[in-house]
Design a protein around this ligand. Structure first.
Ligand SMILES: Nc1ncnc2c1ncn2[C@@H]1O[C@H](COP(=O)(O)OP(=O)(O)OP(=O)(O)O)[C@@H](O)[C@H]1O
Length: 269
């Protein structure tokens, strides 16, 4: 039997008033065509934490991120984001699951490697489309909020331009601003700088650092070891669908407790 829970954001976290982590994952499992890709992942991310997920190619990092907002449907396990939860134990996908997944997605802003902006809309429109559809707020208010977000990511002067006329770094910053326009409780990034030259990547990483300073909860799949080391509160090292080790950056890089972590990190030292 599937078990679906959908406590609202105002519901009490856990017992005794201890706040629930913003991201909570328990025993998440996912296979594709019989190939186990996530083999029992458990993870908690606290409010305002920036957590990087690193590991060799194909170890399941992107799949984990995509399972968090049900872009991929996990086979089993539990995901809770900002009080919205969904757990599965096999069985087929049902309407109640769809509703719970929708509640969960409303808490999440997701940023992909490939920017994914709407090409035939201006940058400003890109930011306003989803809030206009969901919130039905006055256009003047929406535009004011969108312009404030563009200023925040340093794109105030290109609001009226089309994505193709922007650099990759500007497009990715616009994608981050667009995700922020829905006021998410957590931001998920899937290799947000992989398609960018180092200089442009730095612009994007700067925005993520700013959001971190403002207390946004962020989970980042990245191959940028320097960023992971410098900016993360904690780093998750994955291999073959499992979390091998979770540690603060300095601990992970200077004295990893698992030989697999040491082997992986050696190539970056
Ligand atoms: N939709 C899918 N259908 C079938 N197999 C998939 C699908 N998505 C991912 N996989 C497989 O799952 C495994 C893990 O992929 P995933 O993209 O999660 O790894 P990753 O750690 O993010 O890799 P990379 O660092 O190269 O992006 C790979 O073997 C991949 O081919």
């Amino acid at each position: 039997m599937d078990r679906v829970s959908n406590a609202g954001p105002g519901s009490p976290g856990s017992a005794f008033g201890v706040p629930e982590p913003v991201v909570l994952v328990r025993d998440l499992r996912k296979s594709f065509d019989g190939q186990v890709v996530l083999d029992g992942i458990s993870l908690e991310v606290g409010s305002g934490e920036l957590v990087s997920i690193i590991g060799p190619s194909g170890c399941g990092k992107s799949t984990l991120l995509r399972c968090l907002n049900f872009l991929e449907v996990p086979d089993s396990g539990e995901v809770r984001l900002a009080g919205h939860g969904l757990s599965r134990n096999g069985g087929s996908w049902r309407r109640a699951d769809e509703a719970a997944a929708h509640g969960l997605r409303s808490q999440v802003g997701m940023v992909f490697q490939s920017f994914n902006l709407f090409p035939h809309r201006t940058v400003l429109d890109n930011l306003m489309l989803a809030p206009r559809a969901v919130k039905r707020t006055d256009r003047v208010v929406l535009e004011r909020d969108a312009r404030a977000l563009l200023d925040k990511v340093g794109l105030g002067s290109v609001a009226g331009r089309y994505p193709a006329t922007l650099s990759g770094g500007q497009q990715q910053r616009a994608a981050i601003a667009r995700a922020l326009a829905m006021a998410p409780r957590v931001m998920l990034y899937d290799e947000p700088t992989s398609a960018l030259d180092p200089e442009l990547a730095e612009e994007v990483l700067g925005v993520m650092r700013t959001l971190d300073a403002e207390g946004m909860t962020q989970l980042v799949v990245t191959h940028e070891m320097r960023f992971a080391r410098a900016a993360s509160d904690r780093i998750v090292f994955m291999e073959a669908g499992r979390i091998v080790e979770i540690a603060e950056p300095d601990v992970l890089f200077s004295s990893p407790s698992d030989p697999r972590t040491r082997r992986f990190l050696r190539q970056f030292l």
